[in-house]
Design a binder for this molecule. Structure first.
Ligand code: ADP
Ligand code: MG
Length: 320
């Protein structure tokens, strides 16, 4: 690499640490979790073409690479502490690195998380971040805690990122302003860290939505050994998505990925506490169904009648 691996690290990825004992520059970083805290650790890798399109501006790539990792901490109710960054770069492109670092540091500062180390190599563009967070021992929100009778909630709105992807693919036509709105949802997800923290002690289970509601809910149901009833009409959607054909709405809501909202469960008696947590975090939450003792996922309408998902042509279309 022309600029040199170490110059590159020094210029874009080295900043003083405050909470970590030791940051970038030695063989290991040193973290000092407070007594009584457990360390929450998660990694997410982003590969061009698979996880992001080449049209993604570098600053948004920097944001998204960290955002998807912070979203995992949020889902566990962990407070962000530190992260490492492993980067493969085809070449030292200063404009790219400048933009990438700007997006990355802006989100890192917003969540008070420190970059403490990483690895840098030449190769096809690939970004792997590992985040470290802390949680009081035993208080992590897990996928395995959903109980029959619990209510099912979701934060924010769903489906806009998928709508943007379809617009990029050319299967959906959006006008300029609509496309920008959808594109922001896909490229600049906001990790729900404050909500995850506020839901500690209230939510019985949680997961962040990265692969689509039905698939991710399936993980919670499997880990918890329960089923769920989901009310299709209650799924929260933006005005933009609500203006699309119903089959497309349903496909984006149920199977769209990249939402990075929190899906969580809580006992019906905790409804007030859930609302308080959401207000404290400044995030909208919507009850979308119920956990059942009987296994399986049933999608129903407001009257409780089963919705035949095969009626929505868009599903087959997306599966291709
Ligand atoms: P080692 O040879 O021990 O793996 P390196 O020479 O790869 O260490 O890296 C030197 C230092 O720079 C280490 O502290 C490492 O954590 C850090 N580092 C390397 N790449 C990055 C990066 N992309 N972002 C932040 N820190 C990095
Ligand atoms: Mg190394």
């Amino acid at each position: 690499m022309s600029l040199g691996e170490f110059d590159l690290i020094a210029r874009w990825f080295t900043r003083p640490v405050r909470r970590a004992v030791l940051g970038v520059g030695d063989d290991c970083a040193l973290l000092a979790p407070a007594p009584g805290m457990q360390l929450a650790v998660s990694s997410d890798m982003l590969v061009e073409g698979r996880h992001f399109l080449s049209t993604l501006p570098p600053s948004r790539l920097g944001h998204k690479a960290l955002a998807v990792n912070l979203s995992d901490l949020a889902a566990c109710g962990a407070r962000p502490l530190a992260f490492t960054l492993a980067l493969a770069l085809p070449r030292v492109d200063e404009a790219f690195l400048e933009g990438f670092a700007q997006g990355l540091w802006a989100l890192a500062e917003a969540h008070d998380i420190e970059l403490v180390g990483g690895d840098t190599t030449a190769g096809p563009l690939n970004i792997c971040i590992t985040v470290f967070g802390e949680i009081p021992a035993g208080q992590a929100l897990l996928r395995s805690g959903a109980q029959p009778g619990d209510e099912l909630w979701v934060s924010g709105t769903l489906g806009d990122a998928r709508l943007a992807l379809e617009a990029f693919r050319g299967t959906v036509a959006l006008d300029g302003a609509a496309f920008e709105t959808a594109r922001r949802a896909m490229e600049l997800p906001q990790p729900r860290v404050a909500l995850g923290l506020a839901l500690r002690g209230t939510a019985s289970s949680a997961i962040d939505l990265s692969d689509g509601l039905v698939g991710d809910l399936g993980h919670v149901l499997a880990r918890s050994g329960v089923g769920a009833q989901l009310v299709l009409d209650r799924l929260p959607r933006s005005a933009l998505l609500a203006a699309q054909p119903m089959a497309l709405q349903h496909a984006c809501l149920l199977a769209g990925g990249d939402d990075y909202e929190l899906l969580f469960t809580a006992p019906a008696t905790a409804r007030r506490a859930v609302r308080d947590a959401a207000a404290q975090a400044g995030v909208a939450v919507t009850p979308i169904g119920q956990i059942t003792a009987e296994a399986g996922l049933h999608v129903v309408d407001e009257a409780g009648l089963a919705v035949d998902l095969s009626a929505h042509r868009a599903f087959d279309h997306f599966r291709a």
